[in-house]
Design a protein around this ligand. Sequence first.
Ligand SMILES: Nc1ncnc2c1ncn2[C@@H]1O[C@H](COP(=O)(O)OP(=O)(O)OP(=O)(O)O)[C@@H](O)[C@H]1O
Length: 417
Amino acid sequence: MSTQAKISTVVRIRNQLEPELPFIFSEQEIESQRLTFAFDRVYGPASQSTDVFQSVVPLLEQFNAGFSATICAYGQSGSGKSFTMIESGGIVFQTVQYLFQSPKELQIQCVEIYNEQIRDLLDVTKTDLRLLETKTCVIENATNAVVTSHSEFNTVLSTSIKNRAVGCTNLNLQSSRSHLLIIITMNKQQLTLVDLAGSERVSKTQAQNNTLVQANSINSSLLVLGRVISALAHKEPFVPFRDSKLTRILRNSLGGSASSLVITCVSSLKEHLDESIQSMRFAIRCGMVVNVLKRQITKSEKEDENVTVLKEENNSLKDANTQMKEELALKDAEIRDLRDINEAQDEKYQKLKHTYMQLTKEILHKNKERDAELKQAYQLIAAQQTRYDEEMKSISKNLLKLTQSGFATELEQDSDE
Ligand SMILES: Nc1ncnc2c1ncn2[C@@H]1O[C@H](COP(=O)(O)OP(=O)(O)OP(=O)(O)O)[C@@H](O)[C@H]1O
């Protein structure tokens, strides 16, 4: 069974730190530049990560019920994504606490996409993992840590965070220079927690050398993410998922079968107004993307399902069998009737045949008799004809004699005269 659900979008407005306060908007500026956006929820500067977690809970309930889910933090560099996701008390910690309310075994993969290379944060020797795309996208050879408790998970997470690429930029002293993906697998469903690297204007960060390369790589993969979201939001026929590793991995979360939440982090600082507006526009487009949620079925559920399907098939076969038996009985009766009719017809035929033979015999007999009679008649006629011919012959002879004698007498009379 599947249900359609739009990607949920919430916005978290970052709490301003003391030195930034002079740059906030005045009341007049707010009135003159008012723009309206609508999101599933907005968390103001005073909000805590525990408040934001309320938007995550429905997805975790779905995850526990067998659906894959993705929670992704998006926003400009320094807007509070890592703070929201992975800092102590952030979404990742609360998520794991929530999941371990009941005992379970989870498999964890922690990877980062750094300069378009997938690095294993649980084994730093694996620096360029490949993606395998079959039905789903799998990170080939990524370390799978099996955890059965909250504390085991924390150990895995702190190792990963320690190994993640961070750097210092003008926007953030501890800026994430990579996209962090924590992939939690339970049974067949996956929960993907994503702390994206922040988009940044190179002019603002004054990035140089390695930082500039990182910024370009981050910006280009975020650009692909933007294009993918835009194509999905506008239901375009082609979606450029394959243009970046991030979108290849997140394919099932964007327009796929997972339930997804995008937490867009924005700054309320005047100097970041353009970036904040851009981020919110991205969030609006995310909210237009429809996923078709599909429950991931476990092996035993699959077996149960197969048994149910087989039972149903068996029942319908039994029904079909009964129906066929009934139809067969009807056909049998029809055949019996036809056989009776056939036998009767046969009997009639035999009688007719007998009569026909009899008549033929009689006709032949009569024909024979008639032939004999005719033969006799012909013989009689022939005998009569012969007789007649002979008589005719003797008459002619006599006639000739008479004629000759008459002629001589006449000749004698003529000569006497
Ligand atoms: N809501 C908040 N309350 C207090 N401090 C915050 C809040 N949000 C962010 N910060 C602080 O702001 C700084 C930048 O935040 P963070 O590192 O989370 O940004 P980011 O969006 O992840 O940036 P980048 O993309 O560069 O990694 C951090 O020192 C963080 O502790």
